[in-house]
Design a protein around this ligand. Sequence first.
Ligand code: GAL
Length: 416
Amino acid sequence: MGYSRRSLLAAGGLALLGLPACSVTGDELADDGSGKVEVFSWWAGPGEKEGLEALVADFRQRNPGIEFDNAAVAGGAGTVARTVLATRLENDDPPDSYQVHAGLELDNDIGAGYLEDVRYLYDQQRWRDRLPKGLVEALTFDGRIYSVPVNIHRANLLWYNPAVLAAQNLTPAGSWSQFLTQAAALQAEGVLLLSIGPTWTQKHLLECVLLGELGADGYTGLWNGATDWAGAPVQQALTLFIKVLEQSDVVAAAGDWQPALDKVVAGAAAYNVMGDWADAYLRTKGLVFQQGYSVVASPGSARVYDFLSDSFTLPRGAPHRRAAEQWLIECGSVSGQDAFNPQKGSVPARLDTDKSKYTGYLAQAIAEWTDSSTRVVGSLTHGVVAGTVRSAAIDAALTLFVQDKDTVKFAAAAAG
Ligand code: GAL
């Protein structure tokens, strides 16, 4: 009969085993692999919880003894979840694993010492060879890696109601100025050009207008210092962003991204700019791609993939560290990613998964993502290109900008 690590600890077995105290906590997996893992995310709403459920189902199958404790906090882009999480981390009460984006967004948590370096898992699971090089770079800080990616989402997408456009003989515009020219015809039929939601969705729209107007290089330069925020191209793009917003329902904006998309589904609005989690949500409504809804790259950004990646961490002091490792292994696995991504509306982070599982919009997405001629840039709103301080400064400035429309003032704040 075997002893659980827990019972050995209780019996003072730690010293007998010669184990370093830090390698074992009171709640490790038992010898039979049983235990518990508390996972924190913001995938609680429709279109997101289905993906998480599929991942958890695969995890349970491979780890039948581990109880999954779902600590998801609802709210698009994690705006609510992040506040809850910050308090927990400050109070030394981490979950066993939590959701973050790949990229500079992690700077604060790394700086605060909240996270463990998980390169040993990358070595053990040979993840470096199975992930795109650029993604591994976005995950690497001073040579260390603090999270495990489960997917790739695309942010620069324009979703639309095909019947609404067909009724007006319209096709999705190739530039933001052309896009604006469609407002009048739609308005005459009582249809809004664009639906929008809370501030983070406005930031998401801003990132797509900047990308479309400045191009991939100009957009990337906004984050690495090569593009002048005070220069004419950026100022013009900011003016255009305000004009686009004026053709939206920003004054009575939806409470989150799903209700903003509902307006497109209902035919009250023609377009919505959103990442490809929209595909998952629209499918939960029983809609069929290319019939009930359709999508193109947001104006001016064809063949550019504005990417973001959801990843999971190993917090220092995770109460169930070994179960958390099993969760991270699941997130990084072929079976986990192929269970999760077809439901989530994202493509796998790994390059060696089963492409036949990705149909409809996702077949298109995976082809573009893996096409070597596709240009890849990083998302502002979803953590890739700006650290927490800069991103928060942009949030605060954007709220004012939408009111006062002062492009110079906004640019000065966003320039960092
Ligand atoms: C993003 C996240 C996506 C999706 C979206 C809407 O930040 O990366 O997976 O959840 O928010 O909530």
